[in-house]
Design a protein around this ligand. Structure first.
Ligand SMILES: *Cc1c(COP(=O)(O)O)cnc(C)c1O
Length: 968
């Protein structure tokens, strides 16, 4: 290889773990001569891609960073007063550097292993407390995807609460106030239609409720910025037994009477302006809070307080969120990946500023807005509302020319319609900015606007006294203790130290693809030309983003062998939903709208059936064979039986059992023959890229988890992106967006346009990560990544199969990019359960693999290509050592109750305490293999008691004393 080729191939060598020498050794262990042979025996020939992916040549990291800098400069960073749910703000540098840019935080997995996740669990509990306090509603979740989908989740939650029997919907109606953000209305319609909800738009002041209504939504402050008093509206809804959700703004709630005190049953919105960059639409954390009666039906994840094996306070995800994958079509929502990292940033923003700091920011914004309003009224402008917080809407006869005039000064106002413009101020706005705004709006062009003054003693007369907040918030010590940068830095570090992330050791979560999230992929996200872009900025300012969107869409089409792509869905599950809607609308467009039966294999991920139900489909389960393959005979029978109403099938490939089914083409053919469409869940795309493709196995549509296969970090439970790719015939049914055509929400006819997210390109800024991944690997590197993922998995399989039963390999004995280890036999032989093994792995410094999915009592290991041989060996050594410990119990040399597995994980405190009465040594407990001494990771709590916490749901930071007292 010449020196320059070596440079362009550089990133491949950094991304892929094993060296050539390692690979040779690993192939020998597997019993293959070459990587090609291994892949040949793993991926069925009939579906192999016969060509090289047509993608640009790989760039080195240095070249890429120069390239992406150039592209970024095509974005224009105007001063944005567009608002509409997205506000510029100041990310405190201490949070930017120590969370947003810190792999210790952004590479974390969802906190399923609570003992090594107490740091982010505490931070997410802070988020919940913050939301609960500010909304004055007792139960809050740990984030949702965006404000629009959160509003739709509230609608669905109310609908289900009052319509238990979906075959006889007695309350189909949901009222939505006209002055709600257009993107929220759009997503609400999308989500309402398939499940039979009738959305009624109107003026809340004139709303007439009767018993056909199950709920209502109002926005506070509303779309035009007006602060309205909804008390009697809420009372009227309650009189007929309907529920009310308020979409709202956390900063405004520091000054306004909170929704809970107005009587609302739920409140939601987005915490973006709490220190999270605009990023052209995301990622941002939505919030969701409810009254106590909804605590079992609230969507998303809830962090709750429990105790550990030693009786100490310990946090973990509450029952419904741990179990949601089991509920399948009965799940309350399909939310899986949410926005944990951004929720952590928002929570830290509240920790950093505290209640007084937040209130100061809010007051400053409100005072500037009030000053602006006064000046404009003096200038002769008419405002739409009397009361407001940060947004005013101006009546004008010529909105377009004002917008153009503003653009000359690099200022964006919101174009509402020809007669209205909106101006939203934010944390970054200064009195000088106000001057600039006034100069644009100066009617006489006298340039005399410098005269205005801001009187800090001014009463906030724009906030009505009936809606002025009087209650305290954020009184918990955590929001009042870390206000210097030193304190803040140490608080963040203390939490980080409790959590195991990819900068400690491999996280081999089957189906989740926890691969390297390279620094060069991440760095551009902090640059202002990406971070400061408003999602609704005029198109001529966003050319850099458009280029990324266009190119990435084209690459993903090439990789999937499909024709069109939508980058809108914010998670895999949202992608499923969006993809199923394209199928639904395709059938409808052909006059076959009755096709509503979706076949779903028993092994499917829980989000599949949950998404199908949301798309208005009926789920019919297809059986699996002993070897894990879809039971083709059963499939055939069911496809025939439901032929008249068959909508399609959802399959995962390679299957969730980790094998490439040779029968996959037969399966897709059968479904097509009966008029159905094939949806492919792309979570396992890491086993396909460059070797095969959804388009080649006969699928019509798939989603891609960019936060799995395409290197977006998992963030401790989000962000994610779940774009969908489709064949040509489905392209016209891809999601649309109101900001494309300036608000046609009212005319939406149920087939043409439907947004599934608040922003046109979802969490656009993190698309850069996947874009970087593809540009730096190129066709060759992407294919190699897939091959090495298969190599790494098969190497571990080969080492472990001498000690454990491996389930579901192909006829050559091989797995795909992941494999399932059967732990069920140990229950009988040693009373050891999968959980004991998962917790014991912590003592060895490892995060457990995926537990009990898709088969209960098993673990599913997916090493990914990024792990090197030495790390794979350490993990195998740990599992082999654990097998020996189980053997000791089986043989009676270790006690059935008092053993290192049952007592795992061992905390530092347990091991050093002067009492040690265990029948095994302290060394065996905490340093079970020599390598552990090099890099010991201590769990901060002992095994967490899940049931204790489930019986006593506490999901805010309440003083632990009060909680313990309740128990006695
Ligand atoms: C991760 C996963 C999903 C859901 O993706 P999210 O981004 O978490 O919503 C769906 N199907 C499978 C097989 C998965 O592994």
């Amino acid at each position: 290889m010449n020196l320059f080729e070596a440079q362009s191939g550089e990133f491949k060598g950094r991304h892929i773990g094993p060296t050539e020498a390692d690979s040779t050794h690993m192939l020998r262990t597997i019993g293959e001569n070459s990587l090609e042979d291994l892949v040949g025996k793993t991926v069925p020939a009939a579906i192999r891609m016969q060509h090289e992916l047509n993608l640009p040549n790989a760039m080195s990291e240095y070249e890429y960073l120069q390239h992406i800098k150039e592209v970024s400069l095509k974005n224009k960073t105007f001063k944005n007063y567009i608002g509409q749910g997205y506000y510029d703000n100041i990310t405190p540098s201490v949070i930017l550097r120590n969370i947003f840019e810190n792999p210790g935080w952004y590479t974390q997995y969802t906190p399923y292993q609570a003992e090594i996740a107490q740091g982010r669990l505490e931070s997410l509990l802070n988020f919940q407390t913050m939301v609960s306090d500010l909304t004055a509603l007792p139960i809050a979740n740990a984030s949702l995807l965006d404000e629009a989908t959160a509003a739709a989740e509230a609608m669905t939650m109310f609908f289900n609460a009052l319509n238990k029997d979906h075959d006889h919907i007695s309350r189909p109606k949901f009222f939505v106030d006209n002055d709600t953000f257009p993107q929220t209305k759009d997503v609400i319609i999308t989500r309402a239609v398939p499940v039979g909800i009738e959305v009624v738009f109107g003026d809340y002041k004139q709303a007439q409720f009767d018993e056909t209504y199950f709920g209502a939504l109002v926005q506070y402050p509303n779309d035009k910025g007006s602060v309205e008093d909804y008390r009697s509206f809420i009372d009227n809804a309650h009189k007929v037994g309907a529920y009310v959700v308020m979409t709202t703004d956390l900063l405004a709630l520091t000054l306004l009477t909170p929704p809970g005190e107005l009587g609302a049953d739920a409140a939601c919105g987005v915490a973006q302006r709490f220190g999270v960059p605009l990023g052209f639409g995301g990622p941002h954390a939505a919030f969701f809070a409810v009254k106590d009666e909804f605590k079992r039906s609230i969507p998303g994840r809830i962090i709750g307080v429990s105790i550990d094996a030693q009786g100490n306070r310990a946090l973990r995800m509450a029952l419904q969120t741990r179990e949601q994958h089991i509920k399948r079509e009965k799940a309350t929502s399909n939310i899986c990946t949410a926005q944990a990292l951004l929720a952590n940033m928002a929570a830290m923003y509240a920790v950093y500023h505290g209640p007084d700091g937040l209130k100061n920011i809010a007051q400053r914004v409100a005072l500037l807005t009030q000053t602006l309003a006064n000046e404009l009224q003096e200038e002769g402008y008419e405002l739409v509302s009397e009361y407001f917080f940060d947004t005013i809407t101006i009546r004008t006869s010529d909105a377009k020319s004002l917008i153009a005039k503003a653009a000359e000064r690099q200022i964006n106002f919101r174009f509402i319609d020809n007669n209205h413009i909106g101006i939203s101020l934010d944390e970054t706005t200064t009195p000088n900015d106000l001057l600039d705004i006034l100069l644009v709006l100066d009617k006489e062009n006298e340039n005399d606007v410098a005269a205005f003054s801001i009187n800090h003693e001014d009463v906030l007369s724009a906030i009505p006294s009936a809606l002025t907040r009087t209650s305290d918030f954020l009184t918990h010590p955590v929001f009042n203790a870390h206000h210097s940068e030193t304190q803040m830095m140490r608080y963040i570090k203390m939490l980080e130290n409790k959590d195991l992330s990819l900068n400690t050791s491999m996280i081999s979560l089957g189906s989740c693809t926890m691969k390297l999230n390279a620094a060069s992929e991440m760095i551009p996200l902090s640059w202002s030309h990406w971070a400061k872009m408003h999602p609704f900025a005029p198109a001529d300012q966003t050319k850099g983003y458009q280029q990324i969107v266009d190119e990435l869409s084209a690459y993903l089409c090439e990789i999937t062998a499909f024709d069109a792509c939508s980058l809108q869905p914010n998670s895999g599950a949202q992608g499923e939903y969006a993809g199923l809607l394209t199928i639904r609308e395709y059938h409808e467009s052909r006059g076959e709208g009755h096709r509503d039966v979706m076949l779903i294999p028993i092994s499917a991920h829980g989000t599949n059936p949950a998404s199908a139900v949301m798309a208005g489909m009926k789920v019919v389960v297809v059986k699996a064979l002993e070897n894990g393959y879809i039971d083709v005979a059963d499939l055939k029978a069911k496809a025939e039986q439901h032929a008249a109403n068959l909508s399609g099938i959802m399959i995962t490939y390679p299957s969730t059992y980790g094998v490439y089914e040779e029968t996959v083409k037969e399966i897709t053919d059968i479904v097509h023959q009966h008029g159905g469409q094939v949806y492919m869940d792309g979570a396992n795309m890491n086993a396909q890229v460059g070797l095969t493709a959804p388009g080649l196995i006969g699928a019509d549509v798939c989603h891609l988890n960019l936060h799995k296969t395409f290197a977006i970090p998992h963030g401790g439970g989000g962000p994610g992106m779940g774009p969908i790719c489709v064949k040509k015939h489905l392209a016209k049914f891809l999601p649309g967006h109101v900001e494309d055509t300036q608000n046609t929400v009212g005319e939406w006819n149920g087939t043409e346009k439907h947004a599934v997210s608040a922003a046109p390109f979802g969490s656009a800024s993190i698309l850069l990560i996947s874009y970087a991944y593809i540009r730096m690997l190129g066709a060759n590197g992407l294919k190699a990544a897939t091959e090495y993922a298969i190599l790494n998995a098969n190497y571990m399989r080969a080492r472990l199969e001498k000690h454990y039963d491996i389930l579901y390999t192909n006829h050559n004995g091989q797995c795909a990019h992941e494999f399932i280890v059967d732990l069920r036999p140990f229950k009988k032989s040693a009373e050891i359960e999968a959980e004991d093994i998962a917790k014991r792995l912590i003592d060895f410094g490892f995060h457990a693999p995926t537990m009990s999915f898709p088969v209960p009592g098993t673990i599913m290991i997916e090493p990914t290509e990024s792990e090197d041989k030495a790390e794979l060996d350490r993990f195998c050594d740990a599992l082999i050592a654990i097998r020996e410990e189980i053997k000791a119990i089986e043989e009676g040399t270790a006690d059935k109750k008092e053993n290192a597995l049952k007592n795992a994980p061992h905390t530092q405190f347990a091991v050093i305490s002067s009492e040690w009465s265990k029948p095994y040594s302290r060394e065996a407990a905490a340093f079970p293999l020599p390598y552990v001494k090099e890099n010991k990771f201590w769990p901060s709590v002992a095994r967490v008691n899940n049931t204790f916490g489930d019986r006593n749901l506490i999901c805010t930071c309440e003083p632990i004393e009060s909680y313990m007292e309740e128990q006695v």
